[in-house]
Design a protein around this ligand. Structure first.
Ligand code: 13P
Length: 256
């Protein structure tokens, strides 16, 4: 299985900044075929990024994929402010991040809504990355694995057999944007639990599913995390905003 190193830019970068980033980043990574790279800019920059990535593909950069940070489940309708999978398909978006902790906590997305989005993404051929993770209170109460199990079972309800077309990101809420990273051992414990759970849920059909770690990943801690057996890549926030730092994380992974 190829590692997936994904950039979640969150609400950062204009169209001009996106294009400038890609101009710097794409030539550096276009020959790194042993990893999958995904970049998720804001919705407003997807169209321009899509054109740029299409041109880069013609130069051989097949390993860099476009992702969206969110989507709604319906194809169209009276859903003010939302973006549909049909709109993402039109821009050749290949991945979509679903159920990110900021969507769950700031925008109050619940497991039911997340499941509908997951189902819709799979149906439309956009590979979803289902994000799960516990809060610091949940970790301190010792219920981390229970929380993860509930989020995964609810998020995947009805699409367990589509596991080959789904990736999972474990992002402890307390590690996102805080500079605090899970230790490699903490990450591995949860990743191993997720692997066993999705193996059971999909009746062993999980060999194409990557389990990414996210939460303050940077060039300095990437290697210690990726060497763990069940860490299959990263979902990177702030360190992915700088093309050099993101590139460095990718090269750390390649050295393993
Ligand atoms: P940071 O890397 O900024 O902690 O963000 C992680 C994240 O939320 C990626 O989706």
């Amino acid at each position: 299985m190829k590692y997936l190193i994904a950039a979640n830019w969150k609400m950062h970068k204009t169209v001009a900044e996106t294009l400038d980033y890609l101009d710097k980043f794409l030539p550096a990574v276009k020959d790194l075929f042993t990893v999958d790279i995904m970049i998720a800019p804001p919705f407003t920059a997807l169209a321009s990024a899509s054109i740029k990535l299409d041109a880069a593909k013609k130069e051989g950069a097949y390993n860099v994929h476009l992702g969206a940070q969110n989507m709604f489940w319906a194809d169209e309708g009276a859903f003010t402010g939302e973006i549909s999978p049909v709109m993402l398909n039109e821009l050749d978006v290949q991945y979509v991040i679903i159920g990110h902790s900021e969507r769950r906590h700031i925008f109050k997305e619940d497991n039911d809504l997340i499941n509908k989005k997951m189902y819709s993404a799979v149906e439309h051929g956009i590979r979803p990355i289902l994000c799960v993770g516990e809060t610091i209170e949940e970790r301190e109460q010792g219920i981390t694995l229970k929380v993860i199990e509930k989020q995964i079972k609810a998020g995947l309800a009805g699409i367990e057999m589509d596991m080959p077309f789904i990736d999972i990101a474990y992002e402890p809420v307390w590690a996102i944007g805080t500079g605090k990273t899970a230790t490699p051992e903490q990450a591995e414990e949860v990743h191993k639990f997720i692997r066993e759970l999705i193996h059971d849920l999909s009746k062993g059909n999980d060999s194409k599913t990557r389990i990414l770690y996210g939460g303050s990943v940077k060039p300095e801690n990437a290697k210690n995390l990726i060497v763990k057996d069940h860490v299959d890549g990263f979902l990177v926030g702030s360190a992915s905003l700088d093309p050099q730092k993101f590139y460095k994380i990718i090269t750390e992974v390649l050295e393993v």
